[in-house]
Each structure stands twice: as C-alpha cells, then as structure tokens.
Design a protein around this ligand. Sequence first.
Ligand code: 13P
Length: 249
Amino acid sequence: MRRTLVAANWKMNGNKASNEALLDAFKKGFDGSADTAIFPPALYIPQLAESLKGTDIAFGVQNAYFQESGAFTGELALSMVKEFGCQYVLIGHSERREIFGETDALVAEKVAATLAAGLIPMLCVGETLAERESGVTETVVKTQIDAVLAKVGIAAFETIVVAYEPVWAIGTGKTASPEQAQEVHAFIRQLLVAEDAAVAAKTRILYGGSVKAASAEALFGQPDIDGGLVGGASLIADEFVAICNAAQG
Ligand code: 13P
C-alpha cells in the first residue's frame, strides 16, 4: 500500500549544463516503477520545472524558512517555493542540523509551515556515529520525531515523508546493512503506531546514506523501508536510474 519513493538530494552540486544532462538521462532511463522527487539547489528550481513539465517526476527545495515574509536575509518562504511548482521540502537534513545549527524546535516549525503551505515535508532524522556507538540511536531518533509529533500531531504523518539517514552512512560509502536500517525503520514506525496505527501504516519511511544501485534492491526489499533519499549516487545518471528502477512499485 506504500508506493516506493526515491528522492535525489543534489546538495550544493551541479550547474545548468550538468543538470540538463542529468535530467535528460533520467527522463530517458527511468521506468516509472517508483515515485520520484529531485531536490536541486533552489536557484535551479525553474530549470527543473521546465525540464520535468509533463512528467510525473516531482521536485522540491532542500530547505526553506517557516516565516511568511519579512527581514530574513538569505531565506526562502514556502509561498515562494510553492509558486515555482515544488511539491516537496526537505527539512532537518543532518547537514542543516550540524553545519547550520538547526534545532529540533526549528525543524518542527518548518514542518508545520510546510504543511500549512500545502507542501510535503520530507523530515530527516538520524544518529551520529558516536551516538550509535554509545547505544542511543533509538533515543536520538525518538527525540527528533517527538519534536515534530508534538508540534503537528500524528495525522500529519499521512503527508509527511520520514527519511532515516544515519549520519555515519552519509557520503562515507558505509551503507547501513538492510537489517540495520530495517531495525531503525521498524522502530520509527512503532513510534507512529503508538499514536495511530492506521496513519503509521501509510507513512513512507525512506533510507538515506550511501545508497547505490548495488544496495538499493536489498534495502527497498525490507518491510519498513519505503524508498531512498540519495545523495552522491543521484548525481550519476546511470546509478540514479538503476536505483529508481530497483523499486518494485
Ligand atoms: P549520500 O547518498 O551521498 O551518502 O548522501 C545521503 C544524503 O545525505 C541524502 O540526503
């Protein structure tokens, strides 16, 4: 009942020419077996809107602010994001949390504002290596999810997509094993089940962290892994096409 969703997080990479090449190759190779969304740097959103017109490939921004307008230099309002045809907003990526100091409270504000704007939040959670090694993975993930639950309530998780991205697996080549990932995905789903089982059964929980074509099928085959959020491999057309096509619907 949960259709696989594979998302590309291009992070701060690309240029007009390389984006066009990547999008063209993706449009040619993608077999439609999953839902897909692409998160380019925000300046390239109009380029994606044009290129993806008439396809089912969605796109969104990697970050936005929760205030409606005003003196917030450098930020993007959700109304602006919507005006340019985005469907998704990536929120609380570990790079935003670590490098830009985003707190659970700010992340929860952004999720609420994204929902209010009629957009889909893709909420990232995940533990660092030190946290995993000290055995607090579940506590960390629960705290991150609870902050959002407290702000928007369980019903919002029919819309929200959760992305579990262990920080130690991001950009390191160290993919969590399918079993390791499934364990945390099942834990996240249980957190939601405790609030409302019917909603929890609908929430898509994606895995992110060094997903490659070679690992995608085994990851997506786990019962609580509903797709992937792909960084580095999403910049390589053949790899990303193969990851998307590994989805079984
Ligand atoms: P990598 O796939 O490069 O590990 O990045 C994962 C990620 O951070 C996606 O948001």
